[in-house]
Design a protein around this ligand. Structure first.
Ligand SMILES: Nc1ncnc2c1ncn2[C@@H]1O[C@H](COP(=O)(O)OP(=O)(O)OP(=O)(O)O)[C@@H](O)[C@H]1O
Length: 292
């Protein structure tokens, strides 16, 4: 289990992190989201030991994380770091060896990742000759080649085409299913909602919402009330909050505020109530609310 506890970090008089904490269990996929400059990269750098926190602690399985632990982590930094002149397969293999894989193991892990990430035709190209999206795939392969015990990925999906997004999502799901805690940051909230077991929303260096996606959706917003009424007289909703539209031959009222019972009584008085319920907020709606 990876525990991030009370991290604080200042750059000069700028507070980047103001007590950031969360826990990622084995097999859990954690989505780290926040506006630009909120503190995601700073947090991940501290987890990786690239940067020291002013205070707070990172623990693995209950004890402070060490240099040797971190060697078993897979990290995709925000500032991508590949050797531009080195060939794709050679490079992935090289990083596998750096992380302690034997030559044969590095070779077979490289071949498997090249296949999975759609790089077969590029395996003998120098990195500098690749498109940015393909360089990104190589960067991912480098983070994954040694079968990391923990995965920390800074915006791994940015710049990938939809096929590469699917391929990466499958690889991450596999790693999580093998018991690896996976943390990735992203601005693609639909992807985070779809992939992650839990989410942390950071704003100005503080966690403003954190928990399993389903729980956040239940907890963080009442959602929008949707009322569907058939055979209602025109103007029935004039005194009510919200927006009235037509769907086929029915009226649909969407309200974010107002008293549910008043609205229900008015709708029953107006016509045939076919649906009355709240839609749970999406992660994007929770995010906007949380960072507002
Ligand atoms: N080396 C640095 N020197 C001074 N300030 C820094 C430095 N690195 C980051 N900051 C500041 O710390 C804050 C957090 O930055 P960080 O890069 O962690 O945010 P982020 O959530 O990763 O943003 P983005 O989504 O844009 O990548 C920002 O205000 C940033 O300007």
């Amino acid at each position: 289990m990876l525990e991030i506890d009370g991290l604080r970090k200042r750059y000069g008089d700028k507070t980047a992190l103001d007590g950031v904490g969360f826990t990622v269990r084995p097999g859990e996929m954690f989505g780290f989201v926040g506006a630009n400059g909120a503190g995601k990269t700073t947090t991940m750098r501290i987890v990786m030991g690239v940067l020291d926190a002013d205070s707070g602690e990172v623990r693995l399985d209950g004890r402070p994380v060490t240099y040797d632990d971190r060697r078993t982590f897979g990290y995709m930094p925000e500032e991508r770091g590949l050797y531009q002149k080195m060939k794709v397969a050679e490079q992935i293999e090289y990083f596998g060896r750096l992380h302690g894989l034997a030559p044969a193991a590095a070779r077979s892990a490289t071949a498997a990742l090249i296949e999975r990430l759609g790089l077969v035709e590029r395996r003998d190209d120098a990195v500098e000759a690749l498109s940015l999206g393909n360089q990104q795939r190589v960067q991912l392969a480098v983070a994954l080649v040694h079968q990391p015990a923990v995965l920390i990925l800074d915006e791994p999906f940015s710049g990938l085409d939809p096929l590469a997004v699917d391929a990466l999502a499958e690889v991450l799901k596999d790693r999580a299913a093998a018991g690896v805690p996976v943390i990735f940051s992203s601005h693609q909230l639909d992807l985070v909602e779809q992939l992650c077991d839990s989410v942390g929303i950071i704003s100005a260096g503080r966690m403003v919402a954190y928990g399993p996606v389903g729980e956040l959706r239940e907890r963080e917003g009442r959602g929008v009330l949707r009322v569907v009424v058939g055979d209602a007289a025109p103007g029935w909703a004039d005194g009510l909050p919200g927006e009235l539209t037509r769907e086929g031959d029915r009226d649909v009222l969407l309200c974010e505020e107002g008293d549910d019972q008043d609205i229900l009584r008015t709708a029953i008085g107006a016509g045939r109530v076919e649906h009355f319920g709240r839609r749970q907020p999406t992660l994007a709606e929770i995010f906007r609310e949380a960072v507002a």
